[in-house]
Design a protein around this ligand. Sequence first.
Ligand code: SF4
Length: 338
Amino acid sequence: MKTQGYEIDLENVVKTINKKNYKRIILQLPEGLKTSFVDLIKYIENQTDAEVMVFADPCFGACDLIDSKLENLEADYIIQIGHTPIPALKNFSIPTVFVNASFYVNVDVLIKKVTPLIKGKNVGILSTAQHVDNLDTISDKLVEKQYETFIGKGDSRTAFKGQILGCNFSSAKKIADKVDVFLFVGSGTFHPLGLMLSTKKPVIAYDPYTNELKTKELDDLKDMVLKQRYGAIARSKDAKNYGILIGLKTGQQRIKLSEDLKNLIESKNKKAYMIVVDYFSPIFLEGFSHIDCFVSTACPRIAIDDYLQYKIPIITPVELKILLGKISWDMYEFDEII
Ligand code: SF4
């Protein structure tokens, strides 16, 4: 079915519901697709005997599995729309399917806008889940124009070649030494920023929703974010009490890393407290006024995107290592879940 310009393939989902005789379905949606919930429910209920309930909490990625939360609801099946699976996450207590929401890219417009900016011959092509279907076509058109193209296959956190997540740039790193420039297709600035910082290569970012390029804006943003990160580390230099934030969402849990960070902090005669968080909000953390610095081991976006909203500085595991002198600022890297 089509909604808000997205193609969402629910045919196989309907077939599975009918074949397995599922009766209670839970629909999990990203914020942008919540306004389509009526159409999505109608589509499923009109073709099955199932009753569909919608899960209202925010869902930012396939890392956010809700199977263990829903056991009392006697749900038969969870449909998470708008994300591709994270292959490393398995064994759901309630069967869960991920249905991508694909957005059409006008490849001819993209090629016309992008090619004047490409310096060099070798181009790595990447996107978020919504546009991965278009990467081969983009590659073919660039090859027609005599470029050599590369689409890398990432690790077990990504489902498709050329796909990146805000927490994983492995598909880019695999090909970084072969390319002169990366072409990123997608909206927002976080992914291309992460791409720049994790590969140290130039990035041309093309937004298929607006048909706009973001290259200059990205360079400015990179400088601003690095300044902010440096500032967060500097603000924490006298910290004595640390709060290590452990994300409760299945695909964000890094318990071993949290324990290693606790040991590192305590080896410097400082105190570390482990704080488990399901829903991140600066307000919920304000009560922990004893803490001088939070270290987030959950989604890497939390420390970067929401930095200004936190009164107590919040840093990433890599930044903690810089703060405690384990590595130097020159070795700064974007935090990734691998
Ligand atoms: S951890 Fe963050 S960036 Fe990674 S999939 Fe989850 S929400 Fe997206």
